[in-house]
Design a protein around this ligand. Sequence first.
Ligand code: SF4
Length: 493
Amino acid sequence: MDLKVWKDTRIIQAEIDKYLDDGHDYINEAEIWDKLAKNQSPTKEQVRDILKKSLAIKNLSPDEVAALIHVKDPELIAEMKDTALKIKKKVYDNRIVTFAPLYLGNYCVNNCAYCGFKEVNTDAQRRVLNMEEIKKEVEILAGKIGHKRLVVVYGEHPKNDIDYIIDSIKAVYSVKAPTRRGFGNIRRVNVNAPPFSVADLRRLYEVGVGTYQVFQETYHRPTYERLHPANTIKGNYRWRLYCMHRALEAGFDDVGIGVLFGLFDWKFEVMSLVYHSWELEKKLGIGPHTISFPRIEPALHADLSKFDKYRVSDDDFKHLMLVIRLAVPFTGMIITCRESAAMKSEALSLGVTQTDASSKIDIGGYQIAATKQAEETQQFILGDTRTLDEQIRDFAQKGHITSFCTAGYRCGRTGQCIMDLLRTGQEGKFCKLNAVLTFREWIDDFASEETKRIAEPVLQKEIAEIKERMPDLYKKFLALYERIAAGERDLYI
Ligand code: SF4
């Protein structure tokens, strides 16, 4: 198909208009500024009442979120941190979920000012992996590193359109790679892709995608329009703003939203993320499964000095993670290898639940196993280049268990069901059991001797807790645990 025709047929206006309220979208700029202005000086009592509500795993109101954004008193910040940790413990216990990004192509028809993949960047080396190359990447990810979850990343271009995406996901799922004791495979493919129509999203859902992620980048419309030229597909603010509505309508249970922090005022963006979350709950009955908060990083031919005005300091970044944890207590929070190891470590104590590891973001990067980061083929520069083994060791040293569980998705504990289970603390039961089963599997198949030494006591502590707290499920759990220890794989409750 001619490229212009392809571009001109991407956006279906009726699939935007049907969700509008009297022609208005859900980002009411004036209202957001008003809430931020009115809640600049909350009292201690007000903040403590808000924290009680968060701890009861209830969504906060816009005024309450605005109030938390403005808290500066160190005593109250300490209380916010304490509450965030309690929420994390209540909903997710001491588990952390890991995944790897898999970039399959860097062709793109858009021209986002901050991105190295933009069409006008003629220095970028463009490439799309074919199915055999994809399988080779997955053999390394699932057979050598030990990942069970991927987020597969695509630019917007006919070379990686919906047909390519579907074929590539089938290729990912088809790989079963031998390991030390058993086999490794990818059990959940999440997708970070452009906004699609409902019809395309149905096809994507049917191929077995876990979470569909699209980040708005910035919710501030004038900034959005300045950074995303109007003559590009991405230049259409509302097509992107309503893609999660379409995904949920198409059958997806799990959707992931996010902001690229540093493009505009972080306070406005946090409020907008929360408004997006409420809108999805109100209109579609399901909030976002995850929220991501990448900070802008250097990229080839993307002059970051233009973004200095809204650069998010480390202190503000920690504060915004805290506010998100408290505002939407049941939602998963993802921090990526854009951030340093030290920041990721702090994020864990603020309630973050997922992170990537051993990440390569250049096309074919896992095969290249580049010793240096290849600027010409990657979207931005990474802050944390540690291996999965090193990160898991670090988590274990802090008492966290790494969960490779993908059972919830495969037994229907997703969407509204998972939200209810998370709100009531019930999901924790299944997660704890499956975290231990999958961690046993990972240690036996992939852990270095040093990591085994540190991770094994964490695992044994979890088993002791299961025995004590879940006597009804312990026998069933133990039977599966012993089968995994004997070399069987992919067993779950
Ligand atoms: Fe393309 Fe995404 Fe980069 Fe924009 S951010 S140029 S849409 S790859």
